[in-house]
Design a protein. Structure first.
Length: 122
């Protein structure tokens, strides 16, 4: 049986500010729907990803900014670092680890992301 993670809730305090930030990072807005006066659902997907994030109101009881360890994988960390920097995202310097090369950033609420270039496999 195949199982895929396709949607992860990310708790935010200001949906419009968070949506603008993730669009700045390069995510595509797939859905922005107000279900009723208590619920708004926004789905955003990184380019080429099979997994999206959901932000909004009435979606989760998690505290805004409480997520850490979300990770995207890229083929070229230098290119990713340059692109994020050019988009105005406050991104860390490149960090080299035995299991990959990384840069890090946080959204306006403090949800923390890693971007990894996986080492070449032999």
């Amino acid at each position: 049986m195949e199982m895929k993670i396709e949607l992860v809730a990310v708790p935010v305090s200001d949906v419009d500010r968070a949506k603008a930030f993730y669009e700045q990072v390069g995510f595509n807005t797939d859905v922005d729907a107000r279900v009723d006066e208590n619920m708004r659902f926004v789905q955003l997907t990184p380019p080429g990803s099979g997994c999206s994030i959901a932000i909004g109101t009435g979606l989760t009881k998690m505290r805004p900014g409480s997520i850490e360890g979300l990770q995207m994988v890229v083929p070229d960390i230098e290119k990713a670092h340059t692109e994020l920097t050019e988009r105005g995202v406050a991104v860390s310097e490149i960090e080299d680890m035995p299991w990959g090369r990384f840069v890090y950033f946080s959204d306006p609420d403090g949800n923390r992301w890693a971007v990894q270039e996986v080492p070449k496999r032999n």
